[in-house]
Design a binder for this molecule. Structure first.
Ligand code: NAD
Ligand code: IPM
Ligand code: MN
Length: 344
């Protein structure tokens, strides 16, 4: 069956890493009908629009989406991030923002005493609520009396579906453990909603071990004892921050993949690296495409092709294992090597 793939390269290194991910998909998923979408800073400067309704409607007709990154120093911060990336996550109800972190064989962690295989965790980051909902505002802007607020939206429905996904996921993993990360000692309203929801869902999963941690402690344990984690479930902003940290202790942001998933399949899910558009290295051909390529493995899982997904992960792992520390990589060479290994 032909898979309709919507491709949004986006900004900065986005198109560079997506080009490499496409090479890999061409090998493992040849029956693809790909459509490239011209979205991001260039379009914004040319037309003034970010994501017109007709483009959103066209994207809704794709089976899956592959995105590079959005955001550019020439555009005010937030215009593209909110108007394009978050708009897609919200419009397509991507309530599971799935972010695995694994220390691949051959990868070195900046942490002492951690060996490949020791860290294998996945963060289920709630993707449609929290501080990302856009509620709040500012008054008396630019004056000494300026006040700015951002409100965190948390619904029972939203927390429960993320928590359930985390428990279902834990049941499919050998260690069967879920950690709820929040800050219920301060955020007493949302924290209490999350903790109660977690406890009630946990009661339905007697085989799953549970723990609760405040987010500050979790940040600490991700550095001192990352082995303790299996599945972490958390809200949108905590998940954003913790997954950059989890990436850093498992070989770096260049290896961190993610999926913005709507498990009901009512809308296309979207796969993208955790990293951003990296303006500091854009255009040089030195970005690591591994995160984008590993995101295609999550895409393949979503298409119920786990054998292909594992093949892609193994090929990336083998390429990463061959890297010489300190040697600059070339984006296209990494993609070529991984695609060739898969084709071979
Ligand atoms: P960033 O992830 O783009 O970069 C942080 C650092 O990591 C930079 O030094 C960068 O060079 C490095 N880096 C990132 N990806 C890399 C890769 N594949 N290979 C090698 N090095 C890599 O985060 P930032 O600097 O905070 O944000 C830059 C822009 O990207 C901003 O506009 C931000 O809003 C946007 N952003 C977008 C996404 C997304 O589209 N999902 C995610 C994060 C940030
Ligand atoms: C990410 C990014 C986005 C987020 C931004 C660019 C809106 O940091 O995908 O992790 O905060 O979710
Ligand atoms: Mn982020």
């Amino acid at each position: 069956m032909t898979v309709r793939l919507g491709v949004i390269g986006g900004d900065g290194i986005g198109p560079e890493v997506v080009a490499e991910a496409r090479k890999v998909l061409d090998v493992v998923l040849p029956d693809v009908q790909a459509t490239e979408y011209d979205l991001g800073a260039a379009r914004y400067h040319r037309t003034g629009d970010v994501l017109p309704d007709e483009v959103l409607a066209q994207l809704a007709g794709e089976d899956v989406l592959l995105l590079g990154a959005v955001g550019d120093p020439s555009v005010p911060s937030g215009v593209l991030e909110r108007g394009l990336l978050l708009k897609l996550r919200f419009a397509f109800d991507h309530y599971v923002n799935l972010r695995p972190s694994r220390l691949w064989p051959g990868t070195s962690s900046p942490l002492a005493g951690v060996a490949p295989g020791d860290i294998d965790l996945v963060v289920v980051r709630e993707g449609t609520e929290g501080l990302y909902c856009g509620a709040g505002g500012s008054v008396r802007k630019g004056t000494a009396a300026e006040v700015a607020t951002e409100e965190s939206l948390n619904t029972r429905y939203g927390a429960e579906r993320a928590v359930r996904d985390a428990f279902d996921r834990a049941m499919r993993r050998p260690r069967r453990k879920v950690t709820l990360v929040h800050k219920n000692n301060v955020l007493v309203n949302a924290g209490d909603l999350w903790a109660r929801t977690f406890a009630e869902v946990a009661a339905e999963y007697p085989d799953v071990q549970t723990e609760y941690q405040h987010v500050d402690a979790a940040a600490m344990f991700l550095v001192t004892d990352p082995q303790r984690y299996d599945v972490i479930v958390t809200d949108n902003l905590f998940g954003d921050i913790l997954t950059d940290l989890a990436a850093a202790v498992t070989g770096g942001i260049g290896l961190a993949a993610s999926g913005n998933i709507n498990p009901t399949r009512a809308y296309p899910s979207m796969f993208e690296p955790v990293h951003g558009s990296a303006p500091d290295i854009a255009g040089q051909g030195v970005a690591d495409p591994a995160a984008a390529i590993l995101s295609t493995a999550l895409l393949l899982d979503h298409l119920d092709r786990p054998a292909d997904a594992r093949r892609v992960e193994e090929a990336v792992g083998a390429e990463v294992a061959k890297r010489v520390p300190g040697e600059k990589l070339r984006t296209a060479e990494v993609g070529d090597a991984i695609a060739a290994a898969l084709a071979g």
